[in-house]
Design a protein around this ligand. Structure first.
Ligand SMILES: [Zn+2]
Length: 400
């Protein structure tokens, strides 16, 4: 359930970790990457073991298709039994054939391959993904990067926050990202991986060219996580709350003691603190139709319910005697997250359509990223920032 944050045109396209289920402690995997590929990557996706002291997280890079393309100057693949299975230079196409993997249009190998590249390994458009485990499952090929946790944290923060954020805000973000990942490793999404490398969890685009500010944010908070009564917290975040965060219970139906609505007066410099969207009549009609209300001349779209913190919780669409009231979140998804940026909004019918005016971007639960930066500007440290947005929690080393 995470949402996603990208910065397009200087605007935080949001979505921070939305609400995916808590993530878990990273399994410890292979030894740290070595220059070159002298040896087998090791049991990269095996059970946790802290032999090397480096913790790893398993990140799903691609799935749902039969084919994965890998690139590297040289590539080497090992089978599940540890024996060298194939070598290649340049670009290799792997295809799942049932429960087996076809290597570059020729040999049919087993259902599992661990691949390392020198000097780097590229999967699709992601550069420097570390080592990758490929698994064939009923004709689908999963590509799972096994990434050192701290490198993952720096890479994710670089996608989830703008480089112009102050160091304490980036440090708070790093702790939130690490905690989410650590939680995912405790309760993996799938036996084969801990997190998805996209908006469902946290955006991971490889470790290539991660600016120093992000590596520093991860480095100076190394190993620190947020806990609530000893358990890893679900450190969700969003771009901009617009003045007040939201209760987890109002968004996801389940209360979480440390994810409660908080007043936030620190995000007013966000480019999306206030927003407006004009929905044309034609678009409103398309949307109504898509949501099951045949649009007539009397089409109405209105907020009919609000959470205690003031966000829209229900939206009603009606026309010609047909009326449907739906979850506001479902309406927002159908309308587009980049158009209806938050549910802290009003809908006003105007000539030619509707005017949506609102505050903030994202689901509003947990840490407000622009608020964190505003606090940092006031002199707050990352611990203070995390304590505000995750009240009642504490920060500790990753190992209890
Ligand atoms: Zn805020």
């Amino acid at each position: 359930m995470r949402l996603l944050p990208l910065f397009a045109a200087g605007i935080l396209v949001l979505s921070g970790c939305a609400g995916a289920p808590p993530a878990p402690p990273p399994t410890t995997g292979p030894a740290p990457a070595q220059p070159g590929i002298a040896s087998r990557p090791g049991a990269v996706v095996a059970s946790p073991s802290d032999v090397t002291g480096t913790r790893f997280i398993r990140v799903l890079l691609s799935g749902g298709t039969p084919e994965v393309v890998l690139e590297g100057e040289t590539l080497r693949a090992w089978g599940a039994d540890g024996s060298l299975a194939a070598e290649a230079a340049g670009r290799v196409t792997l295809v799942a054939v049932g429960e087996r993997i076809r290597w570059n249009g020729s040999r049919l190998l087993g259902d599992t391959l661990d691949v390392a590249g020198a000097p780097d390994l590229r999967v699709g458009n992601r550069e420097r993904v570390g080592r990758v485990r490929l698994l064939a499952r009923k004709g689908e090929l999963l590509a799972v990067a096994v990434v050192p946790l701290e490198a993952y944290v720096a890479a994710v923060v670089s996608r989830e926050a703008p480089p112009r954020f102050l160091p304490e805000a980036l440090a708070a973000q790093a702790v939130a990202v690490r905690t989410y990942a650590a939680g995912a490793a405790v309760k993996p999404r799938d036996p084969a991986y801990d997190v998805v490398g996209g908006v469902e969890d946290q955006v991971f685009d490889g470790m290539d060219g991660v600016p120093a500010v992000f590596r520093e944010a991860a480095g100076r908070t190394r190993g620190l996580v947020v806990r609530y009564r000893g358990e890893l917290a679900r450190t969700v975040y969003h771009s901009t709350c617009g003045g007040r965060t939201e209760d987890a219970g109002s968004v996801w139906g389940k209360d979480v003691p440390y994810l409660r609505a908080q007043f936030c007066d620190d995000c007013s410099d966000s480019p999306v603190y206030r927003w407006e969207y004009r929905m044309s009549e034609a678009e409103g009609r398309r949307l109504a139709k898509a949501l099951g209300v045949p649009p007539g001349k009397d089409l109405r779209i209105a907020v009919t319910g609000r959470t205690p913190a003031g966000r829209a919780s229900r939206v009603q669409i009606s026309s010609g005697g047909v009326s449907r009231e739906l979850q506001a979140a479902e309406f927002r998804k159908a309308a587009g997250y980049a158009k209806v940026r938050s549910l802290k909004m009003e809908i006003v019918p105007v000539a030619g359509g509707w005017r949506f005016t609102g505050e903030g971007w994202g689901h509003g639960v947990g840490m407000c990223q622009f608020g964190a930066n505003g606090m940092a500007r006031r002199g707050a440290g990352f611990r203070e920032i995390l304590a505000r947005y995750y009240p009642g929690t504490e920060i500790s080393g990753e190992t209890p």
